[in-house]
Design a binder for this molecule. Structure first.
Ligand code: PRX
Length: 645
């Protein structure tokens, strides 16, 4: 096996799994020995889920960038670390070798230092999918600054909230980003986000689209100037160096905001050593990576999938990671297949929503594309329906590539439940077995383990995890209590995922979806409360309720029921106004697919909105409304049903 900790067979999986549970300290310290440390740990794991406190490799010192870059230089310096495919296929591909990556990351670290950024400072990164985004992330890690990457689809208001929550002092952005035929003005969004901001001292702007941008004296800096200056500082006699900051294993590596069922998005915090181990271990094992192969994860680095399986996991494993700037349907729906053909991609990791959308274009976009380099396929972000699974298997994998269905979350840092390519069996629609170190448990509403099978012969319950794995969420930034109540308080001594799941007799898991008020739209998490808050900001809205409904491509669509105060409204125009408001408050990704104006909402006598009823109506299941007699105004249900869109 190319990696000493790579699992080689089903029997080996069973052996490693049981070792990981019986003696986690021995198991993880053996794996950790294959990484680069400045000082070894005093203790492998110390935890309790009550506070919660989770610490891995306490006492150890390291820098993750030495693991992602420096340690590969001697043998792999001239091998590609990142292959970058631009939005426009006519533009030149960029190949970033490990040597080049090292130099660029050192330059960014120097640039940050030159501008007063220190270990522990928060740096917000709002960029398109360009290699400079990876340099920025790793440059922060090199000096020990905490990065907070914000997806390019979020609005100025969302960015302002995140800057404020993280008390960020520095921003790295682009003038604009190309996505398909659009040119997104990122710097201008940042300018809006900074109105009234008191913490940000500098904004560095990388030139991508050469869109005109406003550059404020003393605050805004050009990336190119700063990097040129840094280059002269880090390079002497042809030798590049910028000393990596020695970090504690438990120092925070990054903050990534994600939606929950209540309030504003939470800043999920991951710490350095545990996250490094878990992303590398899972990358190598789930995808059964062999050095030299090209790994193409189609996610955006603005989401956890991009953090873990474009940047940290692959680079730490010395892999070649393909980064794509554009979208799957531009210039046409064959773009992914062109990229696979052009770069001889071996591993393709994407979301079911992308597969469903591409399926819709039929087989024409596949004509003439050589996909024979593909060895392994993967999915993430939402349950995959069987039709999409079979299409992926037959049309893309030619019945010859194992498909890994990887279940995990922003909070888990890396994959927790998944088959391993060619090692453990796949089962369409099932994430299958837990990885070593992961102890899932299905519980009922009262937190008791589900022991009885349902009528289909499955155990069914809320998915929890019994003990920490190395990249367990450490805290929610600035508010540890929120971390406790969100994940560790629902059931004592368990991490609660917010997902429902089934388990079969062989111990395979099938994730059925969220059991809280969180939607999964195109594989992205959106809190219903967040969308409602945004809708309620619109001047004419009195009250709103948002639920999910099944959507052919997106998995779930957003259905909004709205009480509006002008009766003589032009409904369609008002809908557009409301969409505009949501776009401004959150971003276009949270726009409702359907807006129904209603005279009232079904509420209990204590004023609680009965979302169950609204969900049924949105799904079109009018026979399943159940008993409505306990409602304050049962007649409203009939009126809403009549107006269903
Ligand atoms: O509901 C689960 C779903 O996505 C949620 C996590 O979303 P996020 O933190 O944005 O991370 C997405 C990428 C890791 C989970 O709570 N989910 C993720 N993967 C799967 C999934 N649902 C079913 N099957 C999966 N493979």
């Amino acid at each position: 096996m190319p990696y000493p900790y790579q699992i080689s067979s089903f029997a080996d999986y069973e052996f490693q799994y049981s070792r990981s549970i019986q003696d986690p300290s021995a198991f993880w310290s053996e794996i950790a020995a294959h990484f680069t440390w400045c000082k070894h740990w005093d203790e492998v794991c110390n935890w309790n889920f009550t506070e919660p406190k989770v610490e891995w490799f306490k006492g150890a010192k390291l820098n993750i960038t030495e693991n992602c870059i420096d340690r590969h230089l001697a043998e792999k310096g001239e091998q590609p670390a990142i292959i970058w495919e631009p939005n426009n296929p006519e533009e030149r591909t960029r190949i970033v070798t490990y040597n080049r990556l090292h130099k660029r990351v050192c330059q960014v670290a120097q640039m940050l230092k030159n501008n007063g950024v220190k270990k522990g400072d928060r740096v917000c990164i709002y960029m398109g999918m360009v290699p400079e985004l990876a340099y920025a992330v790793l440059g922060c890690a090199r000096i020990g600054a905490i990065h907070s990457v914000i997806f390019g689809g979020f609005s100025a208001q969302s960015i302002a909230d995140r800057l404020d929550d993280a008390q960020a002092t520095f921003i790295i952005t682009c003038d604009g980003a190309y996505r398909g035929n659009k040119d997104i003005p990122l710097k201008s969004v940042i300018d809006d986000a900074l109105i009234g901001n008191k913490t940000v001292k500098h904004v560095v702007v990388f030139t991508r689209t050469r869109t005109p941008v406003s550059m404020l004296k003393h605050r805004d800096l050009w990336w190119e100037d700063e990097m040129d200056h840094a280059e002269t500082q880090i390079e002497r006699d042809g030798v590049v160096s910028f000393p990596a900051e020695e970090m504690d294993a438990e120092d925070p590596l990054f903050i990534l905001y994600t939606s929950g069922s209540t309030g504003k998005p939470k800043g999920v915090v991951h710490s350095i050593a545990g996250y490094m181990l878990w992303t590398t271990y899972t990358f190598v094992n789930v995808f059964q990576y062999t050095p030299g192969e090209v790994h193409f994860c189609t996610a955006d680095i603005g989401w956890i999938t991009g953090h873990s399986y474009i940047v940290y996991g692959p680079l730490c494993a010395g892999a070649t990671s393909l980064m794509f700037e554009g979208i799957p349907t531009w210039p046409d729906a064959g773009r992914f297949w062109d990229i696979v053909d052009k770069h001889k991609v071996n591993i393709l990791y994407t979301a079911p929503t992308a597969i469903r959308s591409l399926m819709g274009f039929g087989e024409e976009p596949l004509q003439g594309k050589d996909l024979s380099s593909l060895r392994i396929l993967g999915t993430v972000g939402e349950p995959i329906n069987e039709e999409a699974w079979h299409w992926y298997n037959e049309k893309i994998g030619k019945n010859n590539c194992p498909i890994v269905d990887t279940w995990w979350q922003t909070e888990t840092g890396g994959v927790l439940i998944s088959n391993m390519a060619g090692i453990t069996p796949s089962k369409p629609g099932w994430a299958t077995l837990p990885l070593p170190g992961v102890q899932p448990l299905l519980v009922d509403e009262s937190g008791n383990e589900v022991m009885q099978k349902d009528e289909q012969g499955f155990f069914k319950g809320n998915l929890c995890i019994k003990a920490p794995w190395p990249s367990t969420i450490r805290t929610t930034y600035g508010d540890h209590e929120r971390c406790r109540t969100n994940y560790f308080a629902t059931y004592p001594n368990l991490y609660f995922t917010g997902d429902g799941a089934l388990k079969d007799e062989q111990g395979n898991y099938r994730i059925t979806g969220r059991v809280d008020d969180v939607l999964n739209v195109s594989g992205h998490r959106i809190g219903t409360a967040e969308v409602e808050n945004a809708i309620n900001m619109h001047a004419g809205v009195i009250e709103s309720a948002v639920v999910g409904y099944p959507h052919d491509i997106k998995g779930q669509g957003i259905y909004a029921y709205i009480i509006y105060n002008h009766l003589h409204l032009d409904e369609n125009l008002t809908r557009l106004d409301i969409l505009q408001t949501v776009t401004r408050i959150i971003g276009a990704i949270a726009k409702p697919d359907k807006i129904q104006f209603v005279p009232g909402l079904p509420k209990t006598r204590s004023g609680k909105i009965m979302r169950r009823i609204l969900r049924k109506i949105a799904e079109g299941d009018l026979s399943g409304l159940g008993d409505t007699s306990t409602l304050l105004d049962p007649a409203v249900v009939e009126e809403i049903s009549k107006g269903k869109l």
